[in-house]
Write a protein that binds this ligand. Structure first.
Ligand code: UDP
Ligand code: MG
Length: 307
């Protein structure tokens, strides 16, 4: 099993791209096998995250033709992060590479990733050079997110998403995380094994639509922030103290002049809105506790093939 590599790909309604992706990756895998770089039992493992289109039919066609392709079929849509985790927990390989189904992340650097792995790196991060292919809005919001996360002290690799190689050592450690709010790119930096970055240009999605709606993106970012930092909670303390100080100043001022009615209304509205926002932030953390204590399974598997 020494050089068995598995490429793990989450798929949610990817009928428009999956054939092309599998053809390209199979070709690459064959080449790496014939060059004796990876072992013959290396695979591509699709995690079908509750697709309702023809994705499964297409996967079935491939798995009948070759056992180089395996799949894990979820009973429902549990999300991309849960799908990656299923791959990490269920696949036994000397290394796995996680990759999105639309090949926006340049899979041609996979041979270099494997080279780094053989040099002794346990984690090889795929890092995006430029994101001119992403829409302006996505680029800006994503940049703001990474900057904010850095600001509040969450260690993330800038411009790295979920394209990475993990050695069996890294897999063993990641399997120990039991949290339900999954933000893998944050967890991977915590384990602290030997790692390096490989750079590539992010390509546009060729077919099909992005499965990350604006709502899903916001929710994923809030999950990332609250799962890795209690800075927002502390920030509430800071604002509270600031408001207390300003109210004392205002009382002192009011002793001399009571004519600032509009100012008072403004301050009332302002402080009430801050209280509501603070409650919202606290609620976000309570929600996390709620989700973690329920301890529900992350996903349900309906069927696996060739695994
Ligand atoms: N994905 C998934 N479950 C979901 C949403 C997305 O498995 O609920 C997969 C999707 O099929 C793709 C990857 O996650 O392989 C990234 O999704 P997408 O390309 O739509 O995201 P974007 O690149 O726009 O951020
Ligand atoms: Mg994509």
């Amino acid at each position: 099993m020494d050089n068995k590599i598995t490429i793990v790909i989450p798929c949610f309604n990817e009928e428009a791209v999956i054939s092309n992706t599998l053809d390209n990756l199979l070709f690459l895998l064959q080449k790496l096998i014939s060059d004796n770089i990876i072992s013959k039992d290396s695979q591509i493992c699709i995690i079908n995250d509750g697709s309702t289109d023809k994705t499964q039919e297409i996967i079935d066609k491939y798995t009948k033709e070759t056992n180089q392709i395996a799949y894990i079929k979820f009973t429902n849509n549990f999300g991309q992060q849960a799908a990656f985790m299923a791959g990490i927990k269920s696949v036994n390989s000397s290394a796995i590479i996680t990759l999105d189904a639309d090949l926006q992340d340049d899979y041609t650097i996979i041979p270099d990733m494997i080279k780094k792995y053989k040099e002794g790196y346990d984690i090889v991060y795929g890092v995006r050079n430029k994101r001119t292919s992403d829409k302006f809005f996505k680029r800006i919001t994503s940049e703001m997110f990474y900057n904010f996360m850095n600001l509040i002290g969450v260690k993330l690799i800038n411009n790295h998403a979920d394209f990475r190689l993990l050695s069996s050592n890294a897999i063993k450690l990641i399997r120990q995380f039991n949290e339900k709010t999954l933000f893998l790119r944050g967890l991977v930096t915590i384990i602290g094994l030997k790692s390096c970055n490989l750079y590539y240009d992010r390509l546009p999605r060729k077919n099909g639509k992005s499965k990350y709606s604006f709502k899903k993106m916001i929710s994923f970012s809030i999950d990332g922030m609250t799962a890795f930092s209690s800075f927002p909670l502390r920030f509430i303390d800071f604002i509270g103290i600031l408001m207390l100080l300003s109210s004392i100043l205002l009382i002192l001022y009011g002793m001399f002049d009571f004519s600032f009615k509009i100012l008072i209304v403004f301050i009332l509205l302002f402080s009430n809105s801050l209280i509501l926002i603070s409650l919202g932030i606290i609620g976000e953390y309570i929600n996390k506790i709620y989700i973690e204590t329920k301890n529900r399974p992350l996903y349900f598997i309906e069927k696996t093939t060739n695994l």
